[in-house]
Design a protein around this ligand. Structure first.
Ligand SMILES: [Fe+2]
Length: 129
């Protein structure tokens, strides 16, 4: 199962774990900001050879059968160029900021892919006021 390959850890000790920042409780049907980043405590490299490819965000309503995708954010610039690796003019930082609204409590999930260290996830419960 692919799910068995997804790694979990404490983000304060493991640089690959996505960190979700959002309010603990929000009003129903009002947009609020959600940030997802990685390497908040221990920086993850961002080089042509070693970088984060994408972070995907999901919402699972409490008690629901299905999970909903919020967005999938690709980080495509990592210093590659004709001059060679890490010689390019642009890098994308692995950080996402979106606005969402919900009408049920549930759990936000972030899934990140490192090009050489695989899939990592984290989650954050979110309630309604
Ligand atoms: Fe990595």
């Amino acid at each position: 199962m692919l799910g068995d390959q997804i790694q979990h850890a404490d983000w304060k000790k493991e640089k690959h774990v996505p960190v979700i920042e959002c309010p603990d409780r929000v009003p129903a049907d009002e947009f609020f900001p959600v940030k997802a980043t990685l390497g908040k405590e221990i920086a993850h490299p961002n080089t042509t050879e070693h970088h984060i490819r994408w972070i995907a965000l999901y919402f699972h309503p409490e008690g629901a059968k299905f999970t909903y995708e919020i967005g999938r954010f690709e980080f495509n610039a990592h210093g590659a160029s004709t001059a060679g690796p890490n010689q390019g003019p642009v890098y994308t930082h692995h950080k996402v900021a979106v606005s969402i609204k919900i009408n049920q409590p549930g759990t936000l999930y972030a899934l990140a892919l490192c090009n050489i260290h695989g899939l990592w996830e984290s989650s954050q419960e979110i309630g309604l006021l």
